[in-house]
Design a protein around this ligand. Sequence first.
Ligand code: NOJ
Length: 553
Amino acid sequence: MINDLWYKNAVVYCLSVETFMDANGDGIGDFQGLARRLDYLAGLGITAIWLMPFQTSPGKDDGYDVSDYYNVDPRYGTLGDFVEFTHGAKQRGIRVMIDLVVNHTSDEHPWFQEARKDENSPYRDWYVWSKEKPENASQGMVFPGVQKTTWSRDKVSGKYYFHRFYDFQPDLNTANPHVQAEILKIMGFWIQLGVSGFRMDAVPFVIARKGADIDKPVEQYDMLRTFREFLQWRQGDAIILAEANVLPKTDMNYFGEDGDRMHMMFNFQVNQTLFYALASGDCAPLAKALEATRTRPPTAQWGHFLRNHDELDLGRLSEAQRNMVFAAFGPDKDMQLYDRGIRRRFSPMLGGNRDRMRMAYSLMFSLPGTPVLRYGDEIGMGEDLSLPERNCARTPMQWSTEPQAGFTKSDAPVLPVISDGAYGFQHINVADQRRNPDSMLNWMERLIRMRKEAPEIGWGDFRVLDVEEDGVLAIRYDWRNNAVLIVHNLNESPIEVRIDPGPGEGSQLLVDIADGSDSRADEAGLHRLYLEGYAYKWFRVGGLDYLLRRTEI
Ligand code: NOJ
């Protein structure tokens, strides 16, 4: 039964079809190309793919501006190619999740075109209008510095329309029951074509009341239950992973007290404090964030990540903390974005320091939740800061040393392939790393295997153990008579720590899952552990014979 909640211990891999693999040689990644790379993904060991938007779109916000929800953008292939791909994924035991972008449409969507030109059109009320420019039009922009307003005048209707994001992304009036019914229809459509769930874009904005008279946010949480209920009737194992960068005190509103709303949420609170911990060597705020986000219904799950396709948002840190992260990982103005974040890839942020990167991934994979990995990070890809805004970290996947990194046969890829410097495809690519047992790629495969061997992380209760050193984080997970204890040293210098793994007869013996070495407690029940700089240790508490003791049903 526990396997039914597949997302509890999934390893999710996020990718954009456009920049993954081009099969037809036109310079743009496509579903046929992606399908050919499924064996690569299966080999890596991931269990679910999250596809960034691929529906028909003018592509002004990398597909987050949809103009037809019921189609594949012709540049990426056809619906037939999509189904071949989901089928191929299923054969390999990989689930497919897709982005669901329903807070807004593209301004080229026929609904908006109808709505703007005819005030009697049923679509008029699908969007959010105002006769006058609302007083708060210069507030609430998501892309400050790039986006000037949240209300723009539409020339055709002569009215102002609301857009939380860019002006070409008019917000849908999600309170309109017809819009809600359409959202369900969209989910139903893609479920039918083989997907196992949705990464729902901008959830707090989807459920917020919208209108010129709204001066403070009011969320309509009931909507989330409607979405989930529909999904569960249509396909019991389908889930929603919410993008909701909200304060911990509202988490339960999103999950639902009875676990009847979102199945998963990204843990932005932990993400920001994790970067602070990496920058400062101080794990206390991270431990606090883990505590603050502890409460969730038994069927719910966090999604943890290091970097994603957007900027690393540091908006929840204090100014001093944020400045420390900027100084460590994105000191140049050019590396920062929207006054709150860093737009770089993970590897260059850490100066390509292998040991530090591995420690950081190991840490992320061992947090209470499900890890979400971004394409290219498994080989340590870099960024191209000459590209605008977030595009710098969205360059094509680097497969080999062939021209254009083997991504395309065309010499005009959709975004430039990184070809200069230490992060150029000549140095960072799958083919080379495939052959090298000590590469980031092969290391990542081993990390994924280790994560799968520790189901306690997804299912169990966790405890952050008391350790005297600020730079060492030790977490213990217990689940059904089994326990793992995972220790990270975030600092460069080696250190010896004493750890009390807590009561239980097994606590006398810790066995390293990776190399089989062990540690025995002293008379006081403490383990004395010597940790190299940036060390990561995954111990099984009480010995390695846990497989025999496992009582899964
Ligand atoms: C959040 C997405 O992650 C981001 O890439 C996008 O620009 C906005 N939502 C608008 O859809």
